[in-house]
Design a protein around this ligand. Structure first.
Ligand SMILES: O=C(O)[C@H]1O[C@H](OP(=O)(O)OP(=O)(O)OC[C@H]2O[C@@H](n3ccc(=O)[nH]c3=O)[C@H](O)[C@@H]2O)[C@H](O)[C@@H](O)[C@@H]1O
Length: 281
């Protein structure tokens, strides 16, 4: 639990949590904490590309501020890095020793290179100041309570199927992703924080799907009549992505439990409620 100035208790959410009003990781944060989960920065490409300067500030200045806080109070800090540090990967599946294939000046760089700098800062503070660090490389994650208009592929397809709108597969549709259910992800992050390994450690589900396969799965599950439409893609979209999770299995004794075919209906239920589309519609 955090204590400090600018604290505001939330009455409508779990009483174990306190929300910090005026909190922005690009500003110094004066609180007392034992552990820091540094999750900051939007992860949806639409959102992180909307204000790329703010995205890279969050990754660089935000990480410096969180490391400064960790140093001042002696806290352990976990950074949620990303599979995007591997860029458009030339080895498959991706293991942590791979240095990646990233465009340093592309439209995704604010996020990809931002997270790469964040990893560098974590290790520099660890080596120079002895800060206890943990780095997770998160692969695509989905689940209930995701923003309906988040813009990422799983939420897009589910919302489109429920609204009876075409599922927008970005060309060529053969690009792959590996989707991890949110409760598996949270479990992996807590195990990493509580364990003895700095990482980086891949946390993700190695089940790999093309975007056409994902669209077909969603169509079959939610709306067999919906159209699948090929649309233009955005620059630098990685062509393949699948985590090698040997390290997570061995060092954290963690592996995902929920397969995509079991996780999608849980997300569908939540989206139906929020979009007001009952099952018999
Ligand atoms: O979900 C995540 O956790 C990841 O989301 C993004 O990575 P990306 O894989 O590009 O996420 P999406 O926007 O969901 O795209 C995945 C694939 O689906 C395709 N897509 C997306 C949206 C859509 O409507 N249709 C569609 O075919 C994209 O072209 C891409 O190939 C972030 O950049 C990652 O850091 C983050 O870890």
């Amino acid at each position: 639990m955090a204590r400090g100035n600018a604290l505001q208790k939330s009455s409508d959410i779990d009483s174990r949590f306190l929300f910090l009003s005026c909190s922005d990781v690009t500003e110094p944060l004066l609180v007392e904490v034992d552990q820091i989960y540094h999750l900051a920065c939007p992860a949806s490409p639409i959102f992180y590309k909307y204000n790329p300067v703010k995205t890279i500030k969050t990754n660089v200045i935000g990480t410096l501020n969180m490391l400064g806080l960790a140093k001042r109070v002696g806290a352990r800090i976990l950074l949620t890095s990303t599979s995007e540090v591997y860029g458009d990967p030339l080895i498959h599946p991706q293991e942590e020793s791979y240095w990646g294939n990233v465009n340093p000046i592309g439209v995704r760089s604010c996020y990809d290179e931002g997270k790469r700098v964040a990893e560098t800062l974590m290790f520099d503070y660890h080596r120079q100041h002895g800060i206890e660090i943990r780095i997770a490389r998160i692969f695509n994650t989905y689940g209930p309570r995701m923003n309906i208009d988040d813009g990422r592929v799983v939420s897009n397809f589910i919302a489109q199927a429920l609204r009876n709108e075409p599922l927008t597969v970005q060309a060529p549709g053969t690009q792959t992703r590996s989707f991890c259910y949110v409760s598996d992800m949270v479990d992996g992050l807590i195990k990493l924080m509580e364990g003895e390994n700095t990482g980086p450690i891949n946390i993700g589900n190695p089940g790999e799907f093309t975007m056409i396969e994902l669209a077909e799965n969603v169509k079959e599950l939610i709306n067999p009549k919906v159209e699948i439409k090929m649309v233009e893609n955005t620059p630098d979209d990685p062509r393949q992505r699948k985590p090698d999770i040997s390290k997570a299995r061995e060092l954290l004794k963690w592996e995902p439990k929920i397969k995509l075919k079991d996780g999608l209906p849980l997300m569908e239920e939540d989206f139906r409620l929020r979009l007001g589309v009952p099952r018999n519609n």
